[in-house]
Design a protein around this ligand. Structure first.
Ligand SMILES: C[S@@+](CC[C@H](N)C(=O)[O-])C[C@H]1O[C@@H](n2cnc3c(N)ncnc32)[C@H](O)[C@@H]1O
Length: 387
């Protein structure tokens, strides 16, 4: 029997599909040939195409695709060994942004949602984006413009064009996205009187402003947004926009700070000490043998001296630190063995405290967002003669 492993999220065989990243399924049921996001933990999220003959293998055990068929998206599925579980999620642009193969810097959800709101994007609209990059923004735009709108995406790097073309096909988006290889700063967009909005994520967006202006529908209000990390780029783009008679030019810096909400049990002193003992032994087991002896010596000495906490005495090489923190995260997929109850049982007992916590990695601000509006051309407006 064929099998897929937990390590890859990019190689998906294309299939005729009834749904896509831009179209939800009415019945919400996983069927043979569907795309499904397998969510094992925050660090372990994988896109698969369900194939009745395949099996998905990971450290928790095996999951036959056949067992996924007929289940609702959102189902929590246990492995054959009973050692772990995963969730079957519907493929959304937000999940794709989390797991896509990075070929370039990408846009994240904070900027994506802000841009789409300020460009006033709606189903049925036509839009230009350049460059396509890793296709993170493209997936979200496609869903917003669906089912009748269209995205014209331009990218001058051949390999990125090839990779994005394949992804758009695999994800059921190719009827909504026209992707062209083109240097838009040198050769323009080659579209006239066609789109409602333009988004430029380019090193020199000001060089594409004149051509973007020609692409806007003449009888409608057009909206443009550019995304630039440096204020000097913004300054040049503002000059170009105002020379080309764009109005309402505004700049925003977008920040996001996600706070995880956790409900924790209130522990007795004995339970807290037991939990700490278990964590400490996990920490020691996670250390490479060569560091473990010096760690134990340092711990013993620190306990004697009651001085600095043991971790300050030891040096952990880069990479090992990461490996250990991944291990801790993976443990969240299991029930905490140190507690005599599940979080839900503790919650029901009322002996809980709710905390918020910043995740280790924050993805939010990357650049400045510049917006401007192009009024309809006076010649294109209908003339009304009053009697
Ligand atoms: C930062 S990436 C875009 C990322 C994309 N917004 C995403 O969310 O995945 C910028 C892309 O613009 C492309 N690019 C740069 N200058 C270009 C030009 N003059 N014409 C077309 N593409 C260009 C680069 O090759 C790169 O792939």
């Amino acid at each position: 029997m064929a099998s897929t492993s937990a390590s890859s999220s990019s190689a998906i065989a294309p299939a005729a599909t009834t749904h896509s990243f831009a179209r939800y399924k009415a019945n919400n049921i996983v069927e043979d040939g569907d795309l499904v996001v397998l969510y094992l933990s925050k660090e372990n999220v994988i896109l698969i195409r369900v194939d009745v003959n395949e099996t998905f293998n990971c450290k928790f055990g095996s999951y036959r695709h056949a067992d996924m068929i007929g289940l609702e998206y959102g189902t929590k599925l246990g492995s054959n060994t009973g050692r772990g579980f995963l969730y079957l999620l519907f493929p959304t642009p937000e999940l794709w942004t989390l797991i896509l193969p990075h070929r370039t810097q990408i846009l994240y959800v904070a900027d994506i949602s802000f841009i789409m709101n300020f460009l006033n994007l709606k189903p049925g609209m036509s839009m230009i984006e350049s460059g396509t990059g890793s296709g993170s923004f493209s997936h979200s735009i496609a869903r917003t413009l669906a089912p009748t709108g269209h995205l014209y995406s331009f990218e001058y790097h051949q390999e990125r064009v090839n990779a994005a073309t394949k992804e758009f096909e695999d994800h059921g988006l190719s009827d909504m996205i026209t992707l062209r290889r083109r240097d838009v700063c040198k050769d323009g967009f080659d579209l006239v009187d066609r789109v409602d909005a333009v988004f430029l994520d380019l090193p020199a967006p000001w060089e594409a402003v004149a051509s973007a202006k020609r692409a806007f529908k003449k009888n409608k209000i057009g909206k443009i947004c550019t995304f630039s990390p440096c204020i000097e780029q913004i300054s040049k783009t503002v000059t170009a926009l105002s020379e080309h008679k764009f109005v309402d030019i505004q700049m925003y810096e977008c920040l996001i700070r996600f706070q995880e909400v956790r409900i924790l049990p209130i522990l007795t002193i004995e339970e807290a000490m037991e939990k700490e003992r278990i964590h400490e032994s996990k920490r020691q087991r996670a250390l490479p043998r060569v560091l473990r002896d010096s760690y134990l010596k340092a711990t013993a000495k620190a306990n004697e001296d009651e001085e600095l906490p043991p971790a300050k005495h030891m040096k952990i090489e880069k990479g090992q630190e990461e490996e250990n923190s991944n291990k801790d995260n993976d443990d969240t997929n299991k029930k905490d063995q140190s507690l005599s109850g599940t979080p839900a049982e503790f919650e029901a007992s009322g002996k809980t405290v709710t905390i918020t916590k910043l995740p280790v990695e924050q993805r939010g601000h990357t650049s400045y967002l510049l917006f401007a509006t192009l009024p309809p051309s006076v010649d294109s407006l209908p003339v009304v003669t009053l009697e």
